[in-house]
Design a protein around this ligand. Structure first.
Ligand code: ZN
Length: 136
């Protein structure tokens, strides 16, 4: 598969969150505020979308106002882990250079203060915005 086709494939899928995941992400971000919070996303790769239906608290995570992370080698091998979500207590929900350099999985979700549904954004490995919706 060429790189171009691969990119088109990725853009075609959208991200869907269960309401429990969206609410869990909001609550977790508020709990860590004014530091960043980080979670692992569990989900299923469907034909037309990536469905996120679980959140996992990473072991040995570290948190600061401009940084959050966890040692990837401490994670058990789990094929349902498809990315991470983290909060930005300050500024926007755009990925930082640091975020793109420490990308884990297929997608990255970022939520910024004040942590509401409309502050949630999703990105692929290249930092491209991916459409995201919350399951009705
Ligand atoms: Zn970030």
């Amino acid at each position: 598969m060429s790189k171009k086709q691969d990119k088109q494939d990725r853009v075609r899928k959208y991200i869907q969150l269960t309401p429990q995941v969206a609410d869990g992400l909001i609550t977790y971000s508020k709990t860590w505020h004014p530091d960043e919070g980080i979670l692992i996303l569990q989900g299923e790769n469907k034909k037309d979308r990536i469905l996120i239906n679980g959140l996992v608290i990473p072991p040995f995570s570290s948190h600061g106002p401009y940084y959050s992370g966890f040692p990837i080698n401490e994670l058990p091998m789990d094929l349902s882990y498809i990315g991470t979500a983290h909060s930005h207590p300050n500024g926007s929900n755009k990925p930082s250079l640091e975020d793109l350099n420490h990308f884990y999985g297929t997608i990255s979700i970022i939520i910024c203060h004040p942590y509401q549904y409309e502050n949630i954004a999703a990105y692929d490995r290249d930092g491209n915005n991916v459409e995201i919706s919350i399951m009705a």
